[in-house]
Design a protein around this ligand. Sequence first.
Ligand code: EPU
Length: 444
Amino acid sequence: MQDVQEKLIIQSGKPLTGEVSISGAKNAVLKLMAASLLPNDICVIKNVPELSDVQIMIDVLSELGAVIDYDKEYGVLTIDSKNITGVVASDIFVSKMRASFVVLGPLVGRMHEACVAMPGGCRIGERRVDFHIKGLQALGCQCDIKDGYVYAVAKELKGAEICLDIPSVGATENIMMASVLANGTTVIQNAAQEPEIVDLANFLNTMGAKIEGAGTNQITITGVMQSDLHGVEHTTIPDRIEAGTYMSAVIATKGHAFIKNIYPNHLTIFTGKLLEMGAKIKLVEPHIMEVSSDERLEAMNFITQPYPGFPTDLQALAMTLLSTANGISVVTESLYENRFMHINELWRMGANIRQNNNHAIIKGVDFLVGTEVVCTDLRAGAALVIAGLMAKGESVVKSLHHIDRGYEKFTAKLRGLGADIMRVPIDFQLSETVDRENLQNVRG
Ligand code: EPU
């Protein structure tokens, strides 16, 4: 799955039709996996997408002593944390995936110590972890940073009132998980309100934790004893960002399709913005959305914000749609300092986008032109594939390992909707003499 030596070849011109089913949420499942470290028992997580990030988290937990069975066919992870002995999450894993830093909270809670590699900055921004550390310190944990690792020790965690500077998703999760086993009550003010936080709190509560307020900006955690915690069986929520990606793909190609297994209330602002642009979106069943578009889209403006605001993870996708919309749009990225790397690639496809600090001004062009582009991060990668589906002619997208981190069976799902897209070895050349139909099976 994770092969940098492959590329996608995309031929445009086919409106996407049919139906696509959304997988479990990457950003929920990774945290559920970390939370499985807390009970001295077995947790079963269902609706787990097959992603390279999930594999990295399996490696992290295995290093700590968890015994894991992953049934990829049914998307079921069984995590046995009865024999957790390790407290070190090594740099080789944390450097591959920042999300593995969320093992810090549960490890400190259960083992009273942890040594977790500091996640470095990444291409989309600096992405510090100071709020995570300040939060744990407020709970009575001693945290030292040395040689690129956080050494955290706490004889006993004590409940505290913690007000986050900004509603950080990861800090909320780390503090919430550590507080489950703290002595007394913890209140997190200005907490992140993302649906993934609610899924994590539900998972922890089923396990025996006492958490109230998840999904609001104030979360209260009443500490319990480790013996109060037990194994749980839980189904991961659908991935709202994957859903937004397929909604964008259908709209980009003036298609008509049904997006299944969604929670529409997790997509409220994104759906509203697509409607504002002129797309047609109808909820036909509680978890099925009908999406279509037949007119040129209209320009619109948006600012990325923490949930329930416009998700930064859909910014590149929305910008791609706006690149051929009628009029001028202004996009403001307020979460990350460097999440506009796709602009250069879209430029190369003929888009007219000017960047001014964290603002992008997009003057819609009549059409994009297919060319060779490189994924710069996960969501930008998906956006470039959608750009390829919109553009005139053939596009080639490289550096697919970014996409493999967060989109399960991306090529196969797009092909299921009728897209002309192939995943082939990097040195593969289409020749006139090759029968294109036979190539459809080169890679799923
Ligand atoms: N921040 C700090 N200090 C901290 C924590 C965060 O300055 O201690 C800053 C970050 O640098 C960033 C902002 O606060 O600029 C928001 O960071 P947050 O902690 O909310 O994000 P995260 O937990 O690192 C998760 C998702 C991201 C998503 C963001 C925002 C996971 C694994 N990742 O990251 O998802 O963009 O929340 O919604 O849950 C993706 O899936 O492509 C992705 C990047």
